[in-house]
Design a protein around this ligand. Structure first.
Ligand code: 3H9
Length: 705
């Protein structure tokens, strides 16, 4: 039929098969192949029913996002490839069409499936409309068919939330007609035979029983809008999705489809869609590391040294991925606390119904805890997560050097220390690598994979493979102070403190940053991470402070006052017992004002625009240096780090995508002004100067140019 679509006969059932690796995306070629296949099978007297199935790991996982990217960039048809005629042909097929879904049926894949008359699924299949994660809405009539199948409320949840549902839930809502326990294709063919000869097959577009009257859904739409505002702050696509769903309730099917099309055209022309599509591909590009072997061995046995919060979180993540862990700590009490933390991590999932008690018992049994380093000699991956102290870490690595197998990967979870210095404690620095997890390690998606001067390519490959197995986002970074994420965070935090000294308040700075789209304000982040930790890091590097260069003044005072953040109930904010909500504290504001007066800093009104510009542009300037020094390979890697680990708004694409959207020359012009006003810390990065002079931007870096 075509390279990617084939039709065969299975007795009296026609089986159409899509084979378009890696995820059977509904590309133009696949859509063309399906048109031809349905034209052929519809009139073929040899078959009584049709099954549509996919080869490989999944049913269709969506429209081809590369094609959508082209449209978003102004190439290709507005609104993306039009498949209205194909979906109509599927739905109008005179024989029952059964969709056989396995893997992840997403976006255009689910829309195709809903045009079929019946859907059967493998037990571990999942399905959803994740378009909002790309800044768009379903563009292949999904907003019109989904509510007809599952009802308005469930459709709102799926379109605004963007999260897939599992097959069992899909069966309950009516999205799936049967779950097939054995071989899926056999089950689908069997189901198709059962449905053949039952008269005209049911068409989703003709169903109105779950739509009821518009008034009946007013509350659901109100709740949907509240959910969109709360969980997808400043994003436009979820509101467009709700408009499209309202059209399903108020308009006939065809008019609803036209409304959906108008809305998807607008989404695809938006900056938000471009930024979010960039984020999608940047994350996948980050996993491609040039020059590393493809056949890196899998980790069979891991050891985690240090049973604190980080160590326990890392151990949780490892056993979640099926990797047994030897958990070690010098102190029996710390070890016991670590085991309790791991148990709590699982218990939370059991309480939320995301894990069975039996699975929890099984996973806990995969953690073997003991003091010292006994038994670590059989681990092919060791992750050190002891206290952030160079002497202590070197001791651990020296000891590991004596007992770990020759081919073991020796990783450190340091967030601030020099990997090469740690590696120097061993006779095998090529085996040492940084795996910088973020807290809580079993939840946060980002892992910075820190390559030391001597780290072997094979070790990088094993680490990268491990991170993927943990279902996390790994980004390879260079061994510089703070690596990439925290290196940019440091000047960001510093600038926020300067703004406060000049007249803003911590709450005002945080509000402006949240309004910009950051998941949390920087002062709330500091309180969460611990002001004592921030202070300690500052002490380590104090000797590097250039004389005469401005330094923040308040943090040291907060530290001395025992205002260490959430853990002491007071920091930049104050906290009620057992509540993590930051409350504005006039005591801190008075302390800041007095400190500024003492230092002769004039107080003035600081606008939200200045807050955002100074916080963002100082990060962008630092990122430009990181790129130039080669500590990140691609601008997209830096964006990925901020999108997956630092709560940067996805609809802005990451700090460097954002820089491009403002305009590199405009960013540089403001940096020059800040340089003139605030001195050396604002010295423009040479790369920015070069980009501005040559009319280039970070996108040139994203594409590896
Ligand atoms: C849509 O459908 C709009 C419609 O309403 C119609 C509008 C007109 N297209 O993530 P992985 C590639 S919007 C093109 O590492 P995993 C990916 O780039 C779409 N390529 O694997 C990577 O390529 P490479 C709605 C795609 O197993 C490779 O596949 N659908 C697409 O961890 C492997 O990806 C979505 O938003 C695609 N649709 O996860 C689903 N999907 O090897 C987006 C993947 O060259 N996709 N690729 O780097 C996903 O969520 C995950 O990729 C998936 C697999 C769960 C499918």
């Amino acid at each position: 039929m075509s390279d990617v679509v084939r039709a065969d006969l299975e007795g009296d059932v026609a089986v159409i098969n899509i084979d378009n690796p890696p995820v059977n995306a509904l590309s133009t070629a696949v859509a063309d192949g399906l048109r031809a296949a349905f034209a052929a099978v519809s009139g073929d007297g040899r078959s009584r029913a049709v099954v549509l199935a996919c080869a490989g790991r999944t049913f269709v996982a969506g429209a081809d996002i590369r094609e959508l990217e082209a449209v978003a960039e102004g190439r290709g048809p507005a609104g993306g490839p039009d498949v209205h005629d194909l979906l109509t042909a599927v739905e109008d097929c005179p024989k029952p069409v059964v969709m056989a879904m396995h893997g992840t049926t997403l976006g255009g894949g689910l829309e195709l499936a809903m045009a079929g008359h019946y859907r059967v699924a493998a037990p571990d299949a999942s399905m959803g409309q994740p378009e909002v994660n790309l800044g768009i809405i379903p563009g292949a009539e999904g907003s019109q068919r989904l509510p007809r199948l599952v009802g308005v409320e469930a459709a709102i949840e799926m379109l605004v939330g963007g999260r897939p549902v599992r097959a069992a839930q899909a069966l309950e809502t009516g999205l799936v007609d049967r779950i097939v326990e054995g071989p899926l294709l056999d089950g689908a063919v069997q189901f198709a035979r059962e449905m053949a000869g039952r008269g005209a097959p049911p068409r989703t577009r003709d169903r109105n029983d779950k739509l009821a009257s518009p008034d009946a859904h007013a509350g659901a739409f109100r709740a949907g809008r509240e959910m969109a505002a709360a969980t997808r702050k400043n994003e436009t696509a979820p509101f467009f999705a709700l408009e499209a769903l309202e059209a399903a309730v108020t308009l006939p099917f065809d008019a609803g489809c036209r409304r959906e099309k108008d809305l998807v055209v607008r989404c695809l022309a938006s900056d938000q869609a471009r930024a979010m599509i960039h984020g999608f591909f940047a994350e996948r590009a980050a996993a491609k590391i040039p020059g590393i072997p493809e056949d890196a061995p899998d980790v069979g046995q891991a050891a985690v040294i240090g049973a604190g919060t980080m160590g326990a979180g890392i151990a949780t993540a490892l056993v979640n991925a099926g990797i047994p862990v030897r958990l070690r700590d010098a102190s029996p009490e710390a070890l016991e606390r670590g085991v309790v933390t791991i148990r709590k991590n699982f218990q939370r999932r059991v309480d939320r119904g995301r894990m069975t008690a039996a699975a929890m018992t099984e996973r806990l049994a995969m953690v073997e805890a003991a003091t010292g380093l006994v038994g670590v000699g059989d681990a092919d991956l060791v992750i050190e997560a002891v206290f952030e102290d160079m002497g202590l870490k070197k001791n651990v690595f020296a000891e590991l050097d004596g007992i770990a197998p020759a081919e073991a990967v020796l990783a450190t979870n340091t967030s601030t220390l020099d990997i090469d210095a740690i590696a120097s404690a061993t006779r095998r620095p090529e085996s040492v690598i940084g795996l910088h997890f973020f807290s809580p390690a079993h939840v946060m998606r980002l892992v910075e994979i820190v390559r030391g001067e001597s780290t072997d390519a094979r070790v990088v490959a094993t680490a990268s493979r491990l991170v993927k197995r943990l279902r996390k986002v790994g980004v390879v970074v260079g061994n510089c102070r703070g690596f990439v994420g925290n290196r940019m965070m440091l000047p960001y935090m510093r600038e926020a403190q300067f703004l406060v000294e000049e007249g803003a308040t911590p709450a005002g700075v945080d509000a402006a940053l949240r309004e910009f789209g950051m998941a949390m304000g920087i002062f709330a982040v500091d309180d969460m991470g611990g002001i004592d930790l921030a202070w300690r890091v500052r002490q380590q590097y104090r000797h590097l402070d250039a004389p005469g260069v401005r330094a923040p003044l308040v943090l040291d005072k907060l530290y001395a006052m025992n205002r260490w953040g959430q853990k002491t109930g007071r920091g930049w904010y104050r906290y009620e017992d057992g509540d993590r909500t930051p409350i504005r504290d006039p005591e801190v504001e008075a302390l800041v004002a007095a400190t500024a007066a003492e230092a002769g800093i004039a107080r003035r009104d600081v606008t939200d625009t200045e807050i955002v510009e100074r916080c963002m542009y100082i990060m962008i300037n630092e990122a430009a240096r990181i790129l130039e020094e080669g500590h990140a390979a691609r601008a997209g890697d830096i964006d990925t780090i901020y999108l997956s680990g630092y709560g940067f708004p996805r609809y802005r694409g990451g700090p460097l995508w954002y820089a491009d959207s403002v305009g590199v020359d405009r960013v540089l012009a403001r940096i020059r002004e800040f340089h003139a006003a605030h001195g050396a810390l604002w010295t423009p990065a040479p790369l920015l100067e070069r980009f501005a002079a040559e009319g280039k931007n970070f996108a040139d870096f994203h594409r590896g140019r």
